[in-house]
Design a protein around this ligand. Structure first.
Ligand SMILES: NC(=O)c1ccc[n+]([C@@H]2O[C@H](COP(=O)([O-])OP(=O)(O)OC[C@H]3O[C@@H](n4cnc5c(N)ncnc54)[C@H](O)[C@@H]3O)[C@@H](O)[C@H]2O)c1
Length: 238
């Protein structure tokens, strides 16, 4: 497949890009960090561009670049996102709320929306978005704005899976637990709290990358509207 991956400069997005490229997919890497994304793309012989998913113009420019290089693509993997320091619900300002929703949820929707004309034309195309286990299972110690942004991705996935089925577009989400090695570094206390509810420990980004590979593969053709928990068995509150 020809796959656009956002958030590809590091962490889960980098692992997804490397794993898809190693499996024979063509990958167009996009990220707000220009130098880093170029270096990852170079190392796997793939193309890339800079994008800020919170900007309409930047996302439009990303698709212009992809189209100029490839003509078309048949999958979009939404990994780009931001974390938030923990704040209690009372401490959470409207500004923080808006920032998280703008980047994580509206940014994901903006990327999907811009891809739809191409994905509809292709048929048997795929959208995979990285949500979070905290968007499906109560997870203490996480900003409610972050949780809402990730639960929003789950809702978006459900709505789109239903609406895009007639066009053959499969739309799924992955809900990772704490990878332990990507994203904002955790305090010892946070690590301990995760380990209490994540019995399989920290898995790094690779299991998430492999789940993306499955959803883009032949088995994934029979999967739409799913949220895959790739979360070290996270159980709290279930
Ligand atoms: N780390 C975890 O344990 C974990 C768990 C569950 C979900 N997630 C989600 O997985 C995704 C990737 O997380 P990660 O751990 O690799 O984090 P990360 O911070 O290492 O990577 C996020 C990437 O997104 C990019 N990005 C941020 N804002 C952007 C924007 N406006 N436009 C374009 N690119 C932007 C960053 O530059 C970075 O390369 C995020 O959406 C995160 O919420 C992470």
């Amino acid at each position: 497949m020809r796959v656009v991956v956002t958030g590809a400069a590091q962490g889960i997005g980098e692992a997804v890009s490397r794993s898809l490229a190693a499996s024979g997919h063509r990958v167009f890497l996009a990220d707000i960090q220009s130098t880093k994304v170029a270096s990852v793309a170079d190392s796997i012989g793939m193309e890339c561009c800079t994008v800020d998913i919170s900007s309409d113009r930047a996302v439009q420019a990303m698709y212009e670049k992809v189209t100029a290089s490839w003509g078309w693509f048949d999958a979009l993997v939404n990994v780009a996102g931001i974390d938030a320091p923990f704040e209690t619900p009372e401490e959470t300002s409207i500004e923080r709320w808006q920032q998280l929703i703008d980047v994580n949820l509206t940014g994901t929707w903006r990327c999907i929306s811009g891809a739809l004309p191409t994905l509809k034309e292709r048929g048997d195309s795929r959208v995979v978005s990285i949500a979070s286990i905290c968007g499906v299972v109560p997870t203490p110690g996480v900003s409610v704005a972050y949780v809402a942004s990730k639960a929003g991705i789950v809702g978006l996935t459900m709505g789109l899976a239903a609406e895009l089925e007639p066009y053959g577009i499969r739309v799924n989400a992955i809900a990772p637990g704490a990878t332990g090695t990507t994203g904002n570094p955790m305090t010892e206390e946070e690590e301990q709290r995760y380990l209490e509810s994540q019995p399989l420990g920290f898995g790094g980004p690779e299991p998430v990358a492999e789940a993306v590979g499955y959803l883009l593969g032949s088995g994934g053709a029979w999967v739409s509207g799913a949220v895959m928990n790739v979360s070290g068995g996270y159980w709290r509150g279930r």
